[in-house]
Design a protein around this ligand. Structure first.
Ligand code: ADP
Length: 268
């Protein structure tokens, strides 16, 4: 909506006069159209794999003498599509839990150990196709919700692996930033950098919108649900921080967030 939406109501005023009351409903209209678009997107995303599955099921039911080779192939494709639906539903649930704001309590989280684990997950997903470098300082802690941090930040690592062609370099780092106040614990910067295709500037402000993809075909091919960065945004907001994205087409991208550090808990 580019113009403001106004609702004008008439109310009887004095004997032969009327009062015109104007309500600015721009925000309500915007929320309404976002919700409608979201439902349409979810329906579309679920319908596509379902159409594929029911198509194969129909062929299997109608063709009793299908060669075993082809049967196996069809079953494999149906398994792939149902896995896609499961991932989408898991992401939708994570997102709705994060958006509802009903999260558990913040407790000390070893961000160094979490970053290390994410790097290992990246190695597993890459299966040797990329060089994964780490620059992770040890024993750095924040207050947070471990599972939400893990579910959020893992999307940055998975995206780097999925969008960077084989042979690319991915760097996962966690460092304390220089501070201007010596009495404070230094802020921590977590970053995932790749030398993949990069993202054109016009897309960057919209990347954390639900189901926004630069290249729909490619995202689908790589198993993306289109919800990854929306999950990251909400998980970071829950930790009072935001996603910083810098990218250059042909050079690569960096996704980062700065966290408030806490002292390591005693006895650990
Ligand atoms: P998806 O499931 O499609 O990956 P995301 O919300 O995680 O959804 O990301 C949104 C879009 O941002 C992706 O479709 C892709 O176009 C782009 N993107 C995300 N990470 C990267 C990256 N590291 N390099 C290039 N493009 C990326």
């Amino acid at each position: 909506i580019t113009e403001r939406a106004l609702l004008v109501t008439r109310a009887p005023f004095q004997t032969d006069e009327e009062l015109l009351i104007t309500h600015d409903i721009t925000e309500a209209e915007r929320l309404n159209s976002t919700r409608t678009a979201f439902v349409a997107n979810v329906s579309h995303e679920l319908r596509t794999p379902l159409t594929v599955i029911s198509g194969f099921l129909e062929t299997l039911a109608d063709t009793p003498n299908l060669p075993p080779e082809q049967t196996r192939q069809f079953i494999g494709m149906m398994q792939k599509e149902s896995a896609r639906m499961q991932t989408l539903l898991a992401d939708l649930l994570t997102l709705s839990r994060l958006e509802s704001g009903r999260s558990s309590e913040h407790t000390p989280v070893d961000l160094s150990a979490l970053a290390q684990l994410l790097a290992e997950d990246g190695e597993t997903l890459s299966a040797g196709k990329h060089t994964i470098r780490t620059d992770i300082a040890s024993d750095l802690w924040i207050n947070g919700i471990y599972t939400d941090l893990y579910n959020g930040l893992s999307n940055l690592v998975f995206n780097a692996v999925r969008y960077t062609p084989a042979g690319g370099i991915i760097e996962i780092s966690l460092k304390a930033l220089p501070a201007d106040n010596l009495f404070m614990l230094l802020p921590l910067r977590f970053a995932v950098k790749d030398n993949g295709p990069g993202i054109a500037a016009e897309h960057i402000p919209r990347l954390t919108e639900r189901f926004y993809r630069v290249d729909k075909g490619r995202s689908r091919q790589s198993g993306g649900t289109g919800l990854g960065l929306a999950i990251v945004k909400h998980a970071l907001a829950e930790h009072d921080t935001a996603l910083e994205i810098s990218s250059e087409v042909g050079k690569g991208s960096e996704f980062a967030a700065v966290f408030r550090q806490i002292a390591p808990p005693a006895g650990i």
